[in-house]
Design a protein. Structure first.
Length: 163
């Protein structure tokens, strides 16, 4: 069984895929940047089906996602698939970090917004994101706050501006 596990977005959900990096590397050796998206997608789905469950009727979404990941791998321009907001709270799990996360959930509910909320507690991952104070708040890959908990009104404004 492969140690190669990747988390990618397929149809609005993050799905774990085993063997993706190896499949992309092998496909790149065969095709480089000269490929038919349809043929490449079918090839990747066929190759990755062996170690991954792809539900009946979900092949089209997997094909699009695999081609998107291939383009990223090859350094080609890519249009990311996104539904709703991507919100990340950075912090070790202190009271203020947890308070920010709770405020986000409350504001999302009040505004009726769809979002994927993640709380990153690992110090290495926090540093990798460039967050130098806690809590940190990132929305759609944009750092919006570091070292403070924005008020609910500020959060509402920040989130509404990004929908």
């Amino acid at each position: 069984m492969s140690e190669d596990h990747s988390l990618i977005r397929i149809g609005g959900a993050k799905i774990g895929i085993t063997g993706l990096k190896q499949a992309l590397n092998e496909a790149y050796e065969r095709h480089g940047t000269d490929f038919s998206e349809q043929e490449l997608g079918a090839e990747l789905v066929s190759e990755l089906k062996g170690e991954n469950y792809i539900p009946p009727g979900a092949e089209e979404g997997h094909t699009r996602a695999f081609v998107r990941e291939y383009k990223k791998f090859a350094g080609l321009p890519v249009q990311e698939e996104r539904t709703g907001l991507e919100i990340t709270v950075y912090g070790p799990g202190c009271t203020r970090c947890d308070q920010l996360e709770q405020h986000i959930y409350e504001v999302l509910a009040e505004l009726g917004l769809a979002a994927e909320v993640e709380h990153v507690r690992d110090a290495k991952e926090i540093a990798k994101a460039g967050i130098m104070g806690s809590p940190g708040l990132m929305v759609n890959q944009e750092v919006l706050a570091v070292g403070k908990v924005p008020s609910k009104e500020q959060l509402k404004r920040l989130l509404q501006e990004r929908t």
